[in-house]
Design a protein around this ligand. Structure first.
Ligand code: IMP
Ligand code: MG
Length: 175
């Protein structure tokens, strides 16, 4: 546990490891989208730090937009997500890459992909920095994953527990 940060457990991903994974993803995405119109969509707020870092590791032209969703109650398995702030711009004809901080049950991303699909993007893929090792909807493909993590609650690097810990530069479990 780090001094002054009681409640934190084990560090699962140090800052250097995060940088390494983000650089790897950025290079891979830059290659895959070299001849496309890459349009990143960050899912607020959890992906904010990841989007900012990932963009800087992408070496091809790219645009960015954000969507803010209201998290559904923990334990509710409905997968119904409310949009608090919608996209600024249409995505029709664009090569959309949804950027998420963490995928757990996959319900949030499934909902967002269904929603974005109706807006007729040229292509639609997903990049999540963390993916929990657990079951997800069979039709949900995580195209780009930074790291798989055990199915425990984690915080840091944008991820919160009731709005705390987002500013930690590393990923940690809770004590
Ligand atoms: P899912 O819909 O179950 O995949 O959950 C996705 C959302 O739940 C993420 O966008 C996070 O906001 C939140 N979430 C899930 N697991 C964690 C965690 O371990 N730490 C912090 N937030 C989490
Ligand atoms: Mg949260």
């Amino acid at each position: 546990m780090r001094a002054g940060l009681d409640g934190l457990g084990e560090v699962l991903l140090e800052e250097a490891a995060i940088e390494q994974e983000v650089a790897r993803l950025g290079a891979q995405i830059s290659g895959d989208y070299a001849d496309k119109r890459l349009h990143l969509i960050g899912v607020l707020k959890g992906s904010a730090l990841f989007v900012a870092d990932l963009m800087r590791e992408i070496s091809i032209p790219a645009t960015v937009d954000f969507i803010s969703i209201v998290p559904y109650a923990q334990g509710s398995a409905s997968g119904v997500v409310r949009i608090r702030k919608d996209l600024d711009d249409p995505i029709e004809g664009r090569d959309v890459l949804v950027v998420e901080g963490i995928c757990a049950s996959g319900l949030t991303l499934s909902y967002l992909l269904r929603n974005f699909h109706t807006r007729n993007p040229a292509s639609l893929r997903v990049c999540t920095f963390l993916a929990k090792q657990r079951e997800r909807p069979a039709d949900l493909t995580l195209d780009y994953v930074g790291r798989e993590v055990p199915d425990v609650f984690v915080v840091g690097y944008g991820l919160d527990l009731e709005e705390r810990y987002r500013n930690l530069p590393y990923i940690a479990s809770l004590a």
